[in-house]
Design a protein around this ligand. Sequence first.
Ligand SMILES: [Cu+2]
Length: 110
Amino acid sequence: MFRRIIAITTAACCAIVLSATLGAQTKTPPAGKKDHAFKGKVEKVDQKTNMVTVNNENIPGWMMSMTMTYHVDKDAALKDLKPGSKITATVYDGDFQTLYDVKLAPPDKK
Ligand SMILES: [Cu+2]
């Protein structure tokens, strides 16, 4: 009887911690801003600060080709990235600090 109550309490606590953590790690795109397709090559990944340095291709109307350091919308997106990774992402007008929906780009076709 007691054991069962403890198990239920533990499960509830974990759920709360998990949702709080997810909330903190997810950024929402700015509402009503135009989106742009972002393509670039990763130069550096900083797991401690959850930031990634990327050399991006020219994105007309958003930013010319340059190397910059960005936040990612979900911290988990960084775990698959390493220097040399090619990525795609979505970026928004007026927000030059965050990459949304980061994905590894498909490998170049032969
Ligand atoms: Cu820039």
